[in-house]
Ligand binder design. Structure first.
Ligand code: FBP
Length: 269
């Protein structure tokens, strides 16, 4: 296994992953506040900012990304993280499940992926099936020496039915999800913000040296967002994976400049 710090998706041990899988997970509704964000090439351009250490894409947009780079002679695009599972919110389901729709082999050999991403819904009725699928993904990624980022989102019936938990942002739930990233062999775990510095510290206490990144969430003010990222990093987190708080802005560059300072230069907000 290659050390995660040698991977292009980290810089000085930290990461800023630009997530752009929302067309799958939420649908085009996420692009309505900033219609130009529906055009993948707009977001690919945003990913050329120095702060961005990876762009997370589904298989089809990853193919588009590689041809966009080739067609325009672009050699400074963000390293590519291919999400190998995903789900839409169109069907009715008995509980959360995210099927694998791209093999690690295809991601690495055909798309030249720098990293693999996988969403894990622990607590769902389908947790067992996802563990088995994650095992295949993680072992294949190891054989290619590419790191695995786990979107670790405990949710579903098991979380709802447990009176000890207040919901998916409960610090104990977030910490449990982070710990699963360590136990199941992820190189980076991406977690919902648990609402406070103490919450992120609880997560860090559960994962040893595993890299942790905060999941961006819905759009908020620059100040509120930077504050959450600063809290995460100063509590031991390794950065951010963010979508809407970047691509729903008319001009995300100033915020990316500030995020670069907070994540890679340990500047205070
Ligand atoms: P945001 O920064 O926009 O929250 O994106 C992070 C992310 O994990 C995306 O990769 C994914 O599409 C989305 O959130 C899923 O969020 P949820 O499952 O909570 O709706």
């Amino acid at each position: 296994m290659n050390p995660i710090d040698d991977s292009p998706i980290t810089r000085d041990g930290n990461s800023l992953i630009l997530a752009y899988d929302h067309g799958t997970e939420h649908g085009p509704v996420d692009f309505e506040p900033m219609p130009k964000s529906a055009d993948p090439t707009h977001v690919f351009e945003v990913g050329r900012h120095d702060a961005v250490t990876a762009i997370a894409l589904q298989k089809g947009t990853a193919e588009y990304y590689r041809s966009w780079e080739a067609d325009h002679g672009i050699d400074d695009g963000a390293p590519l993280l291919v999400k190998v599972n995903g789900n839409s919110n169109l069907p009715t389901r008995d509980d959360y499940y995210s099927p694998t729709q791209c093999s690690v082999e295809y991601a690495v050999e055909e798309l030249d992926a720098d990293a693999i991403g996988y969403t894990m819904y622990a607590g769902s009725l389908h947790e067992d099936r996802m563990w088995t699928e994650f095992r295949e993904v993680q072992e294949a990624a190891r054989s290619y020496g590419v790191p695995v980022v786990m979107w670790s989102y405990p949710r579903g019936e098991g979380i709802q039915a447990n009176d000890d938990y207040s919901g998916q942002s409960d610090p104990a739930v977030v910490a449990y999800g982070a710990r699963l990233g360590l136990e199941l062999g992820a190189d980076v775990v991406k977690c919902k913000y648990p609402g406070s510095r103490e919450g992120w510290q609880q997560l860090e206490d559960a994962v040893g040296d595993l890299k942790t990144v905060m999941s961006g969430g819905s759009k908020r003010s620059d100040e509120a967002f930077l504050e959450d990222v600063y809290t995460t990093v100063s509590a031991g987190g390794n950065g951010l994976a963010v979508g809407r708080n970047i691509f729903q802005r008319e001009d995300p560059e100033p915020l990316l400049d500030d995020l670069e300072s907070v994540i890679f230069e340990a500047r205070e907000v």
